[in-house]
Design a protein. Structure first.
Length: 622
């Protein structure tokens, strides 16, 4: 959940490091730091608590020169956010510096052993253990007259010796004081990418720092180690030795990760949803067969036809999308669907049907719990597919096949466009499985026509922005909210409540509207607004009855309704109208005003929308 950058070349490293850390700050913003090797072969380190601006001001006062360097922005796991706990950490007698993303589970036992050997620790982190462990391993390597001529084998051997003792996950970038021309990067369970330039190389924990610097990248796999100089890149696998790495093209432009006209990434990404929805459908609608088509499932239609049960696993917002998918697939394909929290599935031993098919849903493709659940299901011999946004991510690579969202980079910590893209992709899956089974050609054609109208309907829903901002100003002082919906809009209620919690720190709960009277109605008072999702559909009258129950108890009601609905407007205190769509698409349209409501309330309360406290974008720890 931290951000890593590295540079080796001929320019001043700190320029890229600071720019890169700014682009990665959504991955962690408790503290930050950089380290370079100066022309005089000295490790220069700057670390600070808080945001990148603080670090940059410190570097302006005390420069860190050098054409090789590493940087880090932290989301605290071991030890509170302090300068001592900030990365980079030094190893041995300051012979190396490293940055780390991940968690080392056996760090206490290693630390105890190293302390007995005379190593002194200045932080509470598990990372400092890695630094001293590599330094200890390096001291045991035989001397080499020309390290470069030996392809830096002693450095590689020292790192590999240390890594073999670690239990847990890591993405590492390491500098060696006495070897100012080389950097070593290593990965196990935490993403790491090498950017290939002309006379320079870059390291990052995701692609965003590389936009505008290079369009050639190498994804490091688990148990791979990269030896990097300005002019060379060598990749070594723990078990296979030297391997030929694959250079891929980075399809990411600087404009994709800049704010443009928007004040926050979250708002930018909310307004990008008409395009991201179109991209999720592009090339996947088969008009002739009235179905959907996918290029990366790696299973034949015959194999997919034999699936008798679908298991969906995910975390957070992706879990809410999985709940939407459960309704979609069961309605269109008549296949039973189970939805499991990945963090629970990996430790359960549920009975799985012989013809069961898993889909792991994730934005980042690096979520630790989702990855572990996917691995567990694959270990048991079941096909495991992914629905993922990030090309080259661990889950995308380890799944037997999958579907990319093509939503583009999502920088805001609170997910928005990934959720709607996931719901679009699962609707396509429901159509596909439906056509494999009982769904008629006519019904398939109708679903395709409804999907084709969706982007414009979402664009129309975005026109509620000003109205939602007015409502937000009315209720921004409230500290409790209820979100209520039924059927397809129950997951929407959960997602709306999560968005409000994440970025405004307001307590909010989502419930099926009928469950409100089984306990939560006790919370209703004049200072607890209830947000109802009540578009036209099969349960419209039922939800209206639930609204009556809240109204009778004096609770304020905010209602998201279909255009032209005057009946709901008579009950609700505030109404937001959205386009009327088919029920299986309602979550995608109805969530728009809820995303906007969370955003505007957070702004009104002075919260940091893109970097909410205690959260980071990619959850790579358990």
């Amino acid at each position: 959940m931290c951000g890593i950058v590295g540079y080796v070349g001929r320019e001043e490293a700190v320029d890229f490091l600071i720019t890169g850390l700014r682009r990665l700050e959504y991955r962690g913003y408790d503290s930050a730091g950089v380290a370079t090797i100066t022309p005089r072969r000295r490790l220069a380190i700057a670390r600070s608590v808080g945001r990148i601006d603080t670090l940059e001001a410190q570097i302006a006062e005390t420069p860190t020169p050098g054409s090789i360097g590493i940087g880090h922005t932290r989301w605290a796991t071991h030890g509170s956010p302090t300068v001592a706990n900030a990365h980079p950490h030094l190893g041995g007698n300051d012979v190396l510096a490293l940055v780390h993303n991940g968690v080392i589970e056996n760090f206490l036992s290693i630390r105890s052993r190293l302390e007995s050997e005379g190593y002194t620790f200045t932080s509470q982190t598990d990372t400092e253990v890695i630094a001293h462990l590599i330094a200890s391993s390096l001291a045991k390597q035989p001397a080499v007259d020309d390290m470069e001529a030996a392809a830096y084998e002693p450095l590689v051997a020292a790192v590999q010796m240390a890594l073999a003792q670690l239990q847990g996950t890591y993405g590492l970038a390491i500098l060696f004081r006495d070897y100012p021309e080389v950097m070593i990067a290593a990965r196990c369970g935490s993403p790491l990418i090498v950017g290939v330039g002309s006379g320079e190389h870059f390291v990052a924990s995701d692609t965003s720092p590389l936009a505008g610097r290079t369009d050639k990248i190498v994804f490091l796999g688990d148990h791979e180690l990269a030896v990097i100089t300005a002019d060379s890149l060598r990749v070594i696998h723990r078990d296979q030795g030297h391997i030929c790495h694959t250079i891929r093209v980075l399809d990411l432009q600087t404009d994709d990760i800049e704010l443009g006209q928007f004040h926050h990434y979250m708002l930018k990404e909310i307004f990008e949803q008409p395009e991201s929805i179109t991209n999720a459908m592009r090339g996947r609608l088969d008009f002739d067969a009235a179905t959907a088509k996918f290029g990366g499932l790696n299973l034949t239609p015959q194999q997919l036809h034999h699936a008798q049960r679908i298991l969906l696993t995910a975390c957070g917002t992706s879990w809410h999308a999985a709940l939407v998918a459960e309704y979609q697939i069961e309605a269109m394909a008549r296949l039973p669907v189970d939805v499991e929290y990945a963090s629970e599935l990996r430790y359960r031993n549920p009975p799985l049907d012989h013809n069961m098919l898993l889909f792991a849903i994730t934005q980042s493709g690096e979520t630790a719990d989702t990855l572990a659940a996917l691995r567990e299901v694959r270990r048991k011999g079941y096909p495991a597919l992914s629905i993922c946004n990030v090309v080259g991510s661990t889950i995308a690579n380890e799944a037997d096949g999958g579907i990319y969202l093509h939503a583009g980079p999502e920088i805001g910590v609170a997910s928005t466009k990934a959720f709607t893209s996931q719901c679009v992709v699962t609707a396509l899956l429901a159509l596909y499985f439906g056509r494999l089974h009982h769904l008629s050609f006519e019904a398939g054609t109708q679903i395709i026509e409804q999907l084709l109208q969706l982007s414009n309907q979402v664009r129309a829903a975005l026109e509620t922005n000003d109205r939602v901002a007015e409502i937000a100003a009315t209720y921004a002082h409230c500290n409790n909210f209820l979100y209520l919906g039924r059927q397809y809009n129950f997951p929407t209620a959960l997602e709306g409540a999560l968005k409000l919690k994440e970025i405004s720190y307001i307590h909010a709960e989502g419930y099926p509207a009928a469950e409100m009277k089984h306990g939560p109605i006790a919370l209703v008072d004049k200072n607890t607004p209830s947000v109802f999702l009540v578009p036209h559909g099969t349960v419209y009258d039922k939800v209206m009855a639930n609204m009556q129950e809240i109204k009778a108890r004096g609770g304020p009601i905010i209602a998201v309704v279909s255009n032209g609905d005057t009946e709901a407007a008579q009950l609700a205190d505030d109404v937001v109208e959205v386009p009327e769509v088919a029920e299986f698409l309602q979550p995608i349209v109805s969530i728009i005003p809820l995303q906007l409501l969370a955003y505007h309330i957070a702004v009104a309360r002075g919260c940091d929308v893109d970097k909410p406290r205690n959260l980071a974008k990619s959850v790579t720890v358990e």
